[in-house]
Design a binder for this molecule. Structure first.
Ligand SMILES: Cc1cc2nc3c(=O)[nH]c(=O)nc-3n(C[C@H](O)[C@H](O)[C@H](O)COP(=O)(O)OP(=O)(O)OC[C@H]3O[C@@H](n4cnc5c(N)ncnc54)[C@H](O)[C@@H]3O)c2cc1C
Length: 373
């Protein structure tokens, strides 16, 4: 660790000490340099602070991606803990939060339906309140990642019928036991290579207790976005981590592959697409940690989370496209382990929220253009 004294306005070659004779030193370089997310977390813990930080979760997800680990369930497991921490009962928090942090328990998240993906307001799954205060859940969700392995699921249902005059009313978030009576799950045939599978999940008169409502009955939109915005940030973290992994793989290959005796990595037409992707990955990373800091401070993060998600998915797609050109025909060789990332990058442009609607959200909120959806 470097502990030399320097004035942070001075510049030195890496490893060179910088002293100023005419101005007082204002701190050590170690003190002055910007902190990386994990270091901020370590500092907070050093000060005895123990709070749920999306910056920490995003950093962990980023690092997993950089090692080429595509762990689908990391995202729902992390994101679902946030509304629980905000809206759960003390008993729910004590029994679920430590276990989902240690890995003994895991969350899944169920919002998407065969006829309602981007347009959540149109979901048809209902949870009808009974005289005894319990609810009966009926409907079908699909694409639910890791459902059968999860011990808890956040499910979104209508507790009031759809009303065009106020589309946001009547949505409720429930904490569900994925193994309760009345639930059936069928594995989907998804062409990507995730350890967690995706499921079509059907609810047939599943009984939910009154205290399984997170937040308030009929006002679940805010609760939903307590985890949908973190989802966008965590997916961004996975995108940039995995993009870096792919870029490193491509650069390693480009340094040695030499069909005309010169390594292909020396050609500008090979270098530039990789470099452009790297620039965008780093820009997305900067946007991501700006967004997580905003969220961790308790501020509105929708716009920043969407911008980060958009840029990370386009950067990831650029990285896998550039890598495909580097590997030539080898790109199709499953031994090279590139196809899974290529598909994952394409999916990152459409899920968990498609980039068209992300751009519409940015146009509306950053540029004050009319709402288009
Ligand atoms: C690998 C994977 C894992 C998933 N895991 C989960 C999960 O755990 N839980 C869960 O609930 N869901 C999950 N999903 C579902 C995912 O969230 C949806 O696929 C996504 O929200 C898009 O919905 P959709 O597929 O119904 O697309 P649609 O809503 O049918 O949209 C199709 C296309 O139409 C265009 N489009 C739609 N609306 C607009 C608009 N307003 N303006 C412009 N263009 C538009 C876009 O190009 C979009 O891609 C997962 C999906 C995948 C692929």
């Amino acid at each position: 660790m470097c502990t030399r004294t320097m004035n942070i306005t001075d510049r030195a070659a890496p490893g060179e000490p910088v002293y100023t004779s005419d101005r007082p030193a204002i701190g050590t370089y170690e003190e002055a340099r910007p902190r990386r997310p994990h270091e901020q977390a370590v500092r907070r813990r050093g000060r005895g602070e123990r709070r749920l930080s999306v910056t920490d979760l995003a950093y962990a997800t980023d690092l997993l991606g950089q090692e080429g680990l595509v762990l689908g369930n990391v995202v729902p497991n992390f994101m679902c803990r946030i509304p629980l921490a905000k809206h759960g009962t003390e008993e729910q928090k004590k029994s679920i939060l430590p276990a989902t942090a240690s890995g003994e328990a895991a969350f899944s998240f169920a919002i998407t339906e065969p006829d309602a993906g981007t347009n959540t307001f149109k979901i048809r799954t209902t949870a009808i309140k009974q005289d005894d205060g319990t609810y009966l859940l009926n409907g079908t969700k699909h694409f639910i990642t890791g459902f059968t392995h999860s011990t808890h699921c956040l499910v979104i249902a209508r507790t009031q019928p759809y009303d065009e005059a106020d589309r946001t009313k009547g949505l409720t978030v429930f904490l569900l036991d994925p193994h309760a009576d009345g639930i059936s799950a069928t594995q989907m045939d998804i062409g990507i290579y995730l350890p967690e599978k995706n499921w079509v999940v059907s609810f047939d008169n599943v009984r939910l207790s009154a205290n399984s409502v997170l937040g308030e009955d009929g006002s679940g939109l805010g609760v939903m976005f307590d985890c949908l915005n973190p989802e966008r940030m965590l997916v961004t973290a996975a995108n940039i981590g995995q993009a870096d992994y792919v870029l490193k793989k491509a650069a390693d290959y480009a340094r040695v592959r030499a069909p005309f005796d010169t390594p292909i990595g020396a050609y500008q037409s090979v270098q530039h697409p990789l470099a452009i992707a790297k620039v965008n990955v780093e820009a997305a990373r900067a946007l991501l940690y700006k967004a997580t800091a905003i969220f961790d401070e308790g501020n509105e993060v929708g716009l920043d989370a969407n911008m980060a998600k958009y840029l990370s998915s386009t950067a990831y797609a650029q990285a896998t496209n550039a890598a495909a050109m580097v590997f030539g025909g080898g790109f199709a060789d499953m031994e090279q382990d590139l196809i899974p990332f290529y598909l994952q990058a394409k999916l990152s442009e459409v899920a968990p929220v498609n980039n068209n609607i992300v751009l519409s959200h940015i146009a509306q909120n950053a540029l004050k253009l009319p709402k288009s959806y």
